[in-house]
Design a protein around this ligand. Structure first.
Ligand SMILES: NC(=O)C1=CN([C@@H]2O[C@H](COP(=O)(O)OP(=O)(O)OC[C@H]3O[C@@H](n4cnc5c(N)ncnc54)[C@H](OP(=O)(O)O)[C@@H]3O)[C@@H](O)[C@H]2O)C=CC1
Ligand SMILES: O=C(O)CCC(=O)C(=O)O
Ligand SMILES: [Mg+2]
Length: 421
């Protein structure tokens, strides 16, 4: 094995022409998807750079494969290698529900402090969609990736730990709202100023860099005032403080309107006042989930907490064809470390059938190439995916909703993308 390490100097990534990129194959459909994806990624690099650039893939273990080979679901070596080589890509990993190991996907994000989960939502012309104007659904989700109820601070009903926390809450904190104290389980939702600010900073930097019109902070701050509500307040405050010359915020408008005795609810006024600047607004999460169906054109970049971001990712993916075509990345913009991965999970009922759509991992690879500055390879992947869809040669998920399409296997869809590059 040859190849060199990706490094970072003065906050800037240096990517050699022969980077070593660790990959995790993934559980369930992961093996089928990775086999197709790696061929597409290699073909794009070969075609773009004629042998002057090449990826040296380095397999690292996690999930069932790791457990079967080492007895450990997430070996230290895997974490150490990803940390050392800085950029990695992974397939989905299984998380049992209601017990068993905690999510390995979440653990990777938390241990490596990959605080921004970036999930672009883009419509490829011709993809079957349940909405009338899917081309208006053009958004990028920035989901906080290390805090919120994903922190895993939970106490199980009936355990001594639960009793201790409950006693503290009731006797020392005067908590009265626990409805069924004898049978309750409890979870804790940490949301911090630091966590909020670094996520919101990443989202606004992305908005500025890509010349996008707005940033929407999505929250459930009407109910969870000191976590979701503060995420909104701290987000607005940071944006006004650090990006005041580039943004106009609804919070700012509300203050201006209140001082002038106008209605603070007239957000259209705020939109108009924002002209020439990025409009920063907010939406309560439940209403937001209806707005993205009814008025998607009004949203561009989204900054939100972990659970909202999880739900919103799959909901928005559905509007542009489903989670078979929903890429993502987990990024620490401060130290440059990143793991690219699909939005979807292991889809276990299709495991080993060479059936599912590999596009989410392939497009995660496309994001990875762009992140590495390998624009030409990234562009070829987009061209290949567009070509395959245009010819209606697609996997089962699109085929079942597309008239006159040819059904391809996962591997064949990979070939089709390569043929269309
Ligand atoms: N980052 C990660 O590694 C993630 C891991 N998971 C884990 O995955 C496991 C399964 O979760 P589950 O809730 O079933 O969600 P999945 O995302 O695995 O699958 C849900 C449904 O989405 C569709 N789908 C998923 N992947 C594809 C694909 N590549 N191509 C086409 N359609 C696809 C299928 O729909 P249909 O039935 O209509 O064909 C599938 O039944 C759980 O253990 C969960 O924790 C979940 C999300 C992310
Ligand atoms: O970790 C898991 O099993 C699920 C993660 C998930 O749904 C996501 O990252 O979107
Ligand atoms: Mg999810």
């Amino acid at each position: 094995m040859s190849g060199s390490k990706v490094t970072i100097e003065n906050g800037k990534l240096t990517v050699p022409n022969d980077p070593i990129i660790p990959f995790i194959e993934g559980d369930g459909t992961g093996a089928d998807i990775w086999a197709a994806s790696v061929r597409v990624l290699d073909a794009a690099v070969e075609k773009a750079y004629n042998g002057t650039r090449k990826i040296y893939w380095k397999e690292v273990l996690a999930g069932e494969k790791a457990f079967n080979q080492t007895g450990n679901w997430l070996p230290d070596e895997t974490l150490q290698i990803i940390d050392e080589y800085r950029i990695a890509i992974k397939g989905p990993l299984t998380t049992p529900v209601g017990g068993g190991i905690r999510s390995l996907n979440v653990a990777l994000r938390q241990i490596l402090d990959l605080y921004a989960c970036v999930r672009p939502v883009h419509y490829f012309k011709g993809v079957p969609s349940p909405v009338k104007e899917p081309e208006l659904v053009e958004m990028v989700i920035f989901r906080e990736n290390t805090e919120d109820i994903y922190a895993g601070i939970e106490f199980l009903a009936g355990t001594p730990e639960l009793e201790k926390v409950k006693k503290f809450l009731i006797e020392e904190m005067g908590v009265k709202g626990i409805r069924f104290p004898d049978t309750v389980s409890l979870g804790i939702k940490p949301v911090s100023i630091e966590g909020t600010e670094r996520l919101v900073r990443s989202a606004i930097e992305y908005t500025i860099e890509n010349n996008l019109p707005s940033l929407t902070i999505v929250h459930k701050g009407n109910i969870m005032k000191y976590t979701e509500g503060k995420f909104k307040d701290w987000g607005y405050a940071l944006l006004e403080r650090e990006y005041g010359d580039k943004v106009f915020t609804w919070a700012q408008y509300d203050r201006i309107a209140a001082a002038e005795g106008k209605s603070v609810a007239d957000k259209a006024q705020a939109d108009a006042l924002a002209s020439g600047k990025i409009l920063v607004k907010d939406a309560i999460a439940d209403a937001f989930l209806q707005q993205i169906l009814l008025r998607p054109a009004e949203y561009s970049v989204i900054a939100t907490l972990n659970l909202n971001g999880d739900y919103i990712s799959d909901a928005l993916a559905a509007e542009v064809g489903g989670i078979g075509i929903a890429p993502g990345a987990n990024i620490n913009y401060i130290n440059g470390k990143a793991i690219f991965e699909a939005t979807h999970g292991t889809a276990p009922k299709y495991a080993g059938q060479d059936k599912v759509n590999p596009s989410s991992v392939i497009l995660s690879g496309e994001m990875m190439f762009r992140y590495m500055g390998w624009k030409e390879a990234a562009d070829l992947i987009i061209k290949g995916v567009e070509g395959a869809i245009n010819k209606k040669r697609v996997t089962y998920d699109f085929h079942r909703l597309m008239e006159g399409a040819t059904l391809l296997k996962c591997s064949e869809f990979g070939d089709e993308i390569i043929a269309n590059m």
